[in-house]
Design a protein around this ligand. Structure first.
Ligand SMILES: Nc1nc2c(ncn2[C@@H]2O[C@H](COP(=O)(O)OP(=O)(O)OP(=O)(O)O)[C@@H](O)[C@H]2O)c(=O)[nH]1
Ligand SMILES: [Mg+2]
Length: 469
């Protein structure tokens, strides 16, 4: 247990109905007790059972600061593994500050960012990847990121890694044992079984590494760029998707000059829509900068929505042929991006024209979606298509998904070492050299779960937490 007792506000700063102030450490219960008067009897918090709640007043000298509920958690059965007291007070900022100041005067120290969770980690309540998931959980703002963080916090990811690490460790010990008997030329580690294990580890690592692509976009929101010529209705579509007047819309071509971004959750997945400046040849300096930015945004996007105004594509006209060429250009320029071609303003053309246009474009476009951004017609079908583009298979099947770039790096390094072990096994590499590569792989596994760590790493991770968590 740490010697000092830390205190912090666990709820957001500002006023609210109630606020929670949290203390953790050796003297947490004692310090709280000194300033607590039970409403019902003379009970002292120190004599109370763990996981109990008590109604009373927080007293500073002869001044009553607030009527509160105090929860008592005794070590080791608390979030941090230490004695913890949580005080639910009325949510006035004045009361919050008075109570915290009182405890600081009584010898508590203000907690640093993430210090409660850091203590939980140091006391073995959570492994490192679980602790990191706590921060992800707090910042998750859609169903998918919530689901992944929840799974990681429950240990799904770390237990998979820990299991493989243990099996590998087992073999490492056997191979190292062989080295002690080098003269006798014995094999404790069954090479066939070992090869099997390496194959299995290889498979799991590959799956986890691949899952990062999905995990990363889910955590950060899937970037979708809305692009097209000026005036085709890009900003109108952005507003329709977000259901608010986010971007300025006008009949003047070149209205949007900078990119405008906003996030919204669709079907439980976060999407980040990026409205861009319309692409055209222009002499206007500001507009050109906007257009340059448009291309940068396309680079960053995972999905590109290519908009065109359907009234400008008169059936059989040259404009239609030119548009087909434009589509091919985009496909060639950004072969990695998912492309949705959107025929906008269909409220301005006849159904027959629309049918003919669709047939004519069909061979060039996999996903062609007719909409009217202005009336909202077809926007729902558009969001459905978006969801279909995103591979959420892993998510639906509850598979482990890696979202953390630190884990991703460690997995890549472990994978590299496992390739060396695999190669070593195939070429009959001697036990001592094999053992070095195995140890390296084990090291990288340990980095994920926190068996291998250092102060810098911990400092970096927990600095991203909020104070009070
Ligand atoms: N009839 C009709 N008009 C639309 C539709 N969508 C957009 N408009 C109109 O088209 C004009 C241009 O719309 P914007 O959303 O500003 O177009 P934009 O693509 O963002 O244009 P820039 O920012 O200049 O590149 C506005 O007058 C809109 O009201 C639609 O579906 N139907
Ligand atoms: Mg615009």
């Amino acid at each position: 247990m740490h010697n000092d007792t830390i205190v912090a506000l666990a709820t957001p700063s500002g006023s609210g109905a109630i606020a929670v102030i949290r203390l953790s450490g050796k003297n947490a219960i004692g310090i709280a007790d000194r300033h607590f008067r039970s409403v019902i009897d003379q009970k002292s918090l120190s004599n109370q059972k763990t996981h109990t709640i008590h109604l009373g007043h927080i007293i500073d000298g002869d001044k009553t600061l607030d009527e509160v509920l105090v929860s008592v958690f005794k070590n080791p059965n608390s979030y941090t593994g230490e004695d913890v007291v949580e005080i639910s007070c009325h949510g006035s900022q004045y009361i919050q500050q008075e109570i915290i100041q009182l405890f600081l005067r009584q010898g508590c120290r203000m907690a640093t960012a993430g210090e409660f969770t850091l203590r939980a980690f140091l006391n073995g309540k959570l492994d490192l990847s679980q602790a990191e998931a706590v921060a992800d959980l707090i910042s998750s703002d859609n169903e998918a990121s919530h689901q992944i963080a929840m799974q990681q916090m429950r240990g799904g990811f770390s237990s998979e890694i820990a299991k493989l690490r243990e099996e590998l460790l087992n073999f490492a010990s056997l191979i190292e044992l062989e080295l002690d008997f080098a003269e006798e030329d014995v094999e404790f580690a069954d090479r066939t079984q070992f090869k099997e294990l390496i194959e299995r580890i290889n498979f799991v690592l590959k799956r986890l590494i691949d899952s990062f692509a999905v995990g990363n976009v889910i955590k950060n929101g899937i970037p979708v760029a809305i692009v097209g010529e000026p005036n085709v209705g890009k900003s109108t579509l952005l507003n329709a998707l977000l259901n608010e007047d986010r971007a300025i819309v006008s009949e003047i071509a070149g209205t949007t000059r900078d990119t405008i971004e906003d996030e919204i959750s669709i079907g439980g997945i976060g999407f980040r829509f990026i409205d861009t400046a319309g692409i055209r040849d222009t002499k206007d300096v500001v507009e050109s900068i906007g257009i340059k930015k448009t291309f940068e945004k396309i680079e960053q996007a995972q999905v590109v929505m290519f908009l065109v105004g359907s009234p400008q594509l008169a059936v059989g006209s040259e404009a239609v042929e030119a548009f087909k060429i434009e589509i091919e250009k985009i496909k060639n320029k950004f072969p990695q991006k998912q492309l949705l071609v959107i025929l906008n303003k269909i409220d301005q053309i006849t159904d027959t024209d629309l049918a003919e246009l669709t047939t004519s474009l069909a061979p060039h476009v996999k996903n062609l979606i007719p909409i009217s951004a202005k009336t909202g017609f077809g926007v729902e079908q558009l969001t459905d298509s978006l969801l279909n583009l995103i591979n959420t298979g892993a998510l639906r099947n509850n598979e482990t998904i890696v979202t953390n770039s630190r884990h991703y790096d460690a997995l890549l390094k472990a994978f590299e070492e496992i390739q060396k072990v695999k190669h070593g096994l195939e070429t009959g590499l001697s036990g001592d050299l094999l053992a070095i590569d195995i140890r390296q792989a084990l090291y990288h596994f340990g980095e994920i779960t926190g068996e291998i760590t250092n102060d810098d790493l911990l400092g970096n991770i927990f600095a991203n937490f909020c104070i009070g968590k």
